[in-house]
Design a binder for this molecule. Structure first.
Ligand code: NDP
Length: 298
């Protein structure tokens, strides 16, 4: 998997997304992170076709990830085929279970179970619809459960990681199991409403340490965060639809964060989970609160 990718959540289908994908391909991105839940896969697929037709980038040059959404666990194959149709691809490089959650479940049990959903995803690999499968938003505990029965081991766990959420328990567990950590929201999901109303605590792109390191090195704060992510051993998938930022972000492939500055970013005391998954929780559901969703891991 190319370790540097373009995120597409909140990238509105249409011209801006199409231009941003073109910019990304031109400046060297070869990994695109998609999901049916982002409601823009048809727009991504249209651009893929145009770009492939122009001949500078081929299907084999790029890595495409998509995700099975919570409402689709009982129809894994259909959902995957719809994504393939929207993306205008014959095969995905990686298909992730987006959340360990199923829409509309009442009571304490997930229906279908994670095991049943995973087995359906394994059949997608057997049948060649996807090259590999993985998980997303799985705690270490849920990952360990899955490993106890998985016939095909997940290649990646895509989770939120940045210096404001080091997410150490799951990161250390997966890295010890050789499961790639793909860091989502590596810039702290910059426009997250989560930070509003937190008196005195800036967004991570405005954090004092991040900005000081950026000034010392002559980089931008975003570059500091992305380089930290890569040097932690993660694949990282910043989202932007701004061509200048798309270029700025991938420039980190040619940079190196010195050990001293890397350590400073490893020890920010303020920690927060921006994407807490509260939309998957509720009374009389398998995850009554977010504690059950994340198994109390930080
Ligand atoms: P990011 O941390 O990537 O931040 C994106 C925000 O940062 C946007 O507002 C973007 O604005 C801005 N930005 C991008 N580059 C810069 C820059 N150089 N300087 C300043 N601001 C910048 O957030 P996301 O939450 O989007 O995470 C990235 C990707 O991870 C998603 O797009 C998605 O593909 C994936 N993801 C997966 C999840 C999962 O459940 N598996 C959950 C969340 C995300 P602009 O576009 O205007 O540049």
């Amino acid at each position: 998997m190319p370790l540097f990718g373009l995120g597409t959540w909140k990238s509105k289908a249409g011209g801006a997304l199409e231009t941003s994908l073109r910019t990304a391909f031109e400046c060297g991105y070869r990994h695109i992170d998609c999901a049916s839940a982002y409601s823009n896969e048809d727009s991504v697929g249209k651009t893929f076709q145009e770009v492939f037709a122009e001949g500078n980038v081929t299907r084999d040059d790029i890595w495409v990830t998509s995700k099975l959404f919570n409402k689709d666990h009982a129809r894994v194959r259909d959902a995957c085929q719809q994504t393939l149709k929207d993306l205008q691809l014959e095969q995905l490089d990686l298909y992730l279970m987006h959340w360990p959650a199923v829409s509309g479940c009442e009571g304490p049990t997930l229906k279908p179970s994670i095991k049943e959903t995973w087995q359906d995803m394994e059949r997608l690999v057997d049948d060649g619809l996807v090259k590999s499968i993985g998980i997303s938003n799985f705690s270490a505990k849920k990952t360990k459960d899955l490993l106890s029965y998985a016939r095909i081991k997940p290649v990646a766990n895509q989770v939120e990681v940045h210096p404001y959420h080091r997410n150490s328990t799951v990161v250390e567990f997966c890295q010890a199991q050789s499961i790639n950590i793909t860091a989502y929201s590596p810039l702290g999901s910059n426009d997250s409403e989560k930070m509003f109303g937190r008196e005195g605590i800036p967004k991570i792109l405005d954090n004092e340490t991040v900005c000081r390191v950026a000034a010392e090195l002559g980089w931008t704060p975003a570059q500091v965060l992305l380089r930290w992510s890569l040097q932690k051993g993660f694949a990282t998938i910043p989202k932007s639809t701004n061509p200048q930022r798309i270029i700025e972000n991938i420039e980190v492939l040619g940079l190196e964060l010195p050990a001293e500055q890397f350590e400073k970013l490893n020890s920010l005391s303020f920690q927060i989970r921006m994407l807490d998954g509260n939309f998957t929780t509720g009374e009389n559901t398998p995850y009554p609160t977010i504690r059950e969703l994340w198994d109390d891991e930080v």
